[in-house]
Design a protein around this ligand. Structure first.
Ligand SMILES: *[C@@H]1O[C@H](CO)[C@@H](O)[C@H](O)[C@H]1NC(C)=O
Length: 234
């Protein structure tokens, strides 16, 4: 029994350490990527973390119930939604309780975008960009939406192919250093603070509030979600 408890605790610790959530739903990383690259090649490299409050002005849209700029330690325990653990307990909601209605916190409005344009979602890495503590493969980030204004996804069963808007590799748009691909984890020196997903909004979107769920899956399972809205215009 003792071993069983030890194994369960180890499993929980492993899954608790690997988590990510959307920090921003409309982030301009043009300047940021140059800073990240430039600082990483200094004689004494400086890690630039785009999720830090100092860079919040690059964010033009926030997820539901997200602070601007936010405290990631607080958010990592209060704001992320663990799909696997909740499903195990019979809870099949798509979103964290704080994200089940289109609510925005003060000074953190939702993204505004034209139909047919691209918005850049941002999320943190923490070693996962090269597969650390997620089974060696960083997995996928997928965005689901109903495709109609004022129409929300509420349950896991709605993560369907029909509702799938776009799926990309978790680290398809990440900046990580050092370049040596054998450096795979933060303990080995990997720095992978910024990850993005450029989300192309369909041209035919009807103007209005559209709701989206961002889902990070790895080890073959949907693991974490963040829910957000975008005000779409023509
Ligand atoms: C390092 O980052 C800062 C922003 O934090 C930026 O102003 C500076 O130009 C960057 N340095 C290099 C060498 O890219």
């Amino acid at each position: 029994m003792k071993n069983v408890i030890a194994a369960a605790t180890a499993l929980f610790a492993a899954s608790a350490s690997a988590h990510s959530w959307l920090a921003c739903t409309d982030y301009d990383n043009t300047e940021m990527l140059k800073w990240m690259e430039g600082n990483s090649t200094l004689p004494f490299p400086i890690t630039i973390d785009p999720t830090m409050p100092a860079y919040a002005n690059f964010c033009k849209g926030w997820p539901r119930a997200k602070q601007n700029p936010g405290n990631w330690i607080e958010e990592s325990s209060n704001y992320v939604w663990n799909l696997v653990a909740n499903k195990f307990n019979g809870e099949t909601a798509a979103c964290h309780p704080s994200q089940r209605s289109p609510n925005q916190l003060g000074g953190a409005p939702r993204a505004q975008a034209k139909a047919g344009s691209t918005i850049r979602l941002m999320f943190g890495g923490n070693g996962h960009a090269r597969g650390a503590s997620v089974g060696g493969d960083p997995g996928y980030v997928t965005v689901y939406t109903k495709g109609e204004p004022e129409s929300d996804i509420t349950d896991l069963s709605e993560f369907t192919d029909e509702n799938k808007l776009q799926s990309n590799g978790f680290s398809a748009e990440s900046f990580a250093y050092p370049a040596d691909p054998n450096v795979k984890s933060p303990t080995q020196g990997l720095q992978d603070k910024g990850n993005w997903q450029s989300l192309q909004l369909p041209k035919a979107m009807i103007p209005g509030r559209h709701m989206f769920v961002w889902v990070w899956s790895y080890e073959g399972k949907d693991q974490w979600s963040t829910c957000f809205d975008v005000d779409v215009s023509e």
